[in-house]
Design a protein around this ligand. Structure first.
Ligand code: SF4
Length: 394
């Protein structure tokens, strides 16, 4: 018996030709732009929500990938932005628009991202009526001074109330955390993890703070206004994350994601396994029929284009079979279960083991990945170099 664990989601051999069964919808509104955020968002312009809803309706109506009948889906993911910034009434309209195009199978996973300060009891009722059964809560830190530093708009107290509300209404939810905040110590991060674990969430995502070009944190750091966390400390924090969460019974199933049994994110597993999906809203990118179609990143341009009867899609990448196979290998290695090279060959027609022989051997020699027969997986040492592994392979 191989010691490579069988996953909750195996890579099917013919996934390139599978019909779309997963949908992402981007809601771009936020109360304010956090200093580290480079997502496609509109800050403090809630008055634009009705215009967004009209544009979304038009995008769905005119999508070349949707047909007159309802599309049956296994996973639907509402991300942002802060989808729960919409009022209860606006959320009702939003879900009603989606229900004209998508029907959920009985055991579908229906996720919405939420921030603690926007989640109220009346909105929760709207989510439940619409069939939402999973909430991904942007906690980020259990310390008010760190939340202020990250420029989040909520407090720890609001987070605690939001978690209680979620627990009363949903079995499945996830907490998002950020580590390597400037000035944060290893002990402080450990306390943060223990606090998160104390709520027994089925799923936890944990990301190091990053400095994307163009964000204010990026320019402030470059101007010397503060120093980012030392690399060695960041590694120690990541290793602490793995040890604390696995000790608490979480399966470390992807570089940054941890789940109790049966609680992996099914939607994200669709991305990581290379299955097709459709995405709507500003900046959203679909992957279907071997092509990636990306909407305009600016919410204003996305709305303008739809209002002027133009397609919101501004780029279509026709990936060659080899490019797609390389991409799938890189993405697949992010999952701890790894990737089966025979499955990948069946799916793409590309013998990736031959194509990437030099790169694969080099990564094995570095100790970052290991091979057992036709199965590749990332090693514990390789977890620290996931981005480098991807850039070598793609
Ligand atoms: S709440 Fe999230 S999406 Fe909105 S600005 Fe902050 S980091 Fe970006």
């Amino acid at each position: 018996m191989s010691n490579f664990a069988k996953s909750e989601m195996e890579v099917p051999p013919t996934f390139m030709s599978l019909p779309v069964r997963s949908i992402y919808v981007h809601v771009p509104f936020c109360e304010h732009r956090c200093g580290y955020c480079d997502f496609s968002i509109i800050a403090n312009r809630a008055e634009l929500i009705p215009r967004y809803l009209k544009a979304l309706q038009k995008e769905l109506k005119t999508s070349p990938f949707l047909h007159s009948h309802l599309l049956e889906v296994d996973t639907l993911y509402i991300g942002g932005g802060t989808p729960t910034l919409l009022s209860a009434c606006e959320l009702e309209e939003f879900f009603s628009i989606l229900s004209d195009y998508f029907s959920l199978v009985p055991d579908a996973e229906y996720t919405i991202e939420a921030n603690p300060d926007g989640l109220t009891a009346d909105k929760i009722q709207v989510l439940k009526s619409a069939g939402v059964n999973r909430v991904s809560l942007g906690v980020q830190a259990f310390d008010d001074s760190r939340l202020i530093q990250l420029e989040r708009t909520h407090s720890v107290h609001q987070t605690e109330i939001a978690i209680e509300l979620i627990q009363q209404n949903f079995k499945n939810y996830s907490l998002d955390l950020i580590f390597a905040i400037p000035g944060q110590t290893l002990e402080e991060w450990q306390q943060m993890l223990l606090k998160a674990i104390s709520f027994h969430p089925p799923h936890i995502s944990s990301y190091a703070l990053t400095y994307e070009k163009g964000t204010r944190f990026w320019s402030d750091r470059n101007k010397g206004k503060f120093q980012s966390t030392d690399d060695q400390l960041e590694v120690e924090m990541y290793l602490k994350t793995i040890s604390e969460l696995t000790n608490a019974g979480y399966d470390h199933y992807e570089i940054s994601n941890f789940a109790k049994a049966g609680s992996q994110s099914r939607h994200n597993n669709i991305y990581w396994s290379g299955r097709p999906y459709l995405a709507f809203g500003p900046g959203a990118a679909s992957f279907v029929n071997g092509q990636r179609h990306s909407n305009h990143r600016s919410s204003f341009t996305w709305m303008n284009r739809l209002e002027q009867n133009q397609s919101p899609i501004v780029s279509t990448d026709d990936l060659t079979a080899e490019e797609r196979a390389r991409e799938l290998l890189a993405i697949g290695l992010r999952r701890r279960q790894g990737i089966n090279l025979d499955d990948l060959k069946n799916a793409t027609g590309i013998d990736i083991a031959a194509c990437c022989e030099t790169e694969i051997n080099d990564l094995i020699e570095k100790g970052w990945i290991q091979r057992q027969f036709s199965h590749l997986r990332i090693t514990s040492a390789g977890l620290l170099f996931a981005d480098e592994i991807a850039s070598i392979l793609v």
